[in-house]
Design a protein around this ligand. Sequence first.
Ligand code: ZN
Ligand code: ZN
Length: 238
Amino acid sequence: MDIPESRRARTVVPLRRTDAAEMAPTAETFAALQTAFDHLNTHLFGGDLPNALVTLTRRGRSPGCFRAGSFERADGVVADEITMTPARFRDRPPAEPLAQLAHDMVHLWQRAFGTPGRGGYHNREWAAKMVSIGLQPTATSEPGGKATGERMGQMLIPGGAFADAVAALLDMGFTIPWAAREKALPRAGEGADDDEPAVPKSGRWFKYVCPACGAIARAKHGASLVCGDDYVVMDMEP
Ligand SMILES: [Zn+2]
Ligand SMILES: [Zn+2]
């Protein structure tokens, strides 16, 4: 039987006894993400952004996700959430996940200081702020793509503030130390379009999942579904 690549057992590397003393994956990961957030906040947003809670997901196909006010501390303080995809920390320049983090920080900036689009729509204000911090929004993840839309990728503007900020961060030896081990994702896959599975698409039903509440729906390939509870675009799963 032909087992799809994604279902095959992955190579399991045995843990050495010494590993326990040498590694702190949770602390190392979130220290790096906080460092990146602080650095981008200082250099691109004047240090004005409130901290968000950065979460990681292995589900869904979108490279990142911003949710307004989705966490609350026991004393009632509310925080926004930025979800990152650790499979995308692997085998690609750190500037790519950092650009996605900056993308979601622009959503946070809009919530604090601007006018967010409905349902997470990337509106003109969002696009203008992206350009001002040195990232060119593009719906196709390629040059010349539309600068507004439901799902957006971005390209680094050479000589822009983001490029400078990331260069300075990398000069300090910054890395995101841990990446999810799983099947390779397309390298240029910041947009939805290049994530499509290599199977016939017509006539098949695909599973869509709300990244916020996990609600499931089924629809044809390429459908654009929005969760009625969360007003976010649902992710198509392979
Ligand atoms: Zn976005
Ligand atoms: Zn939902």
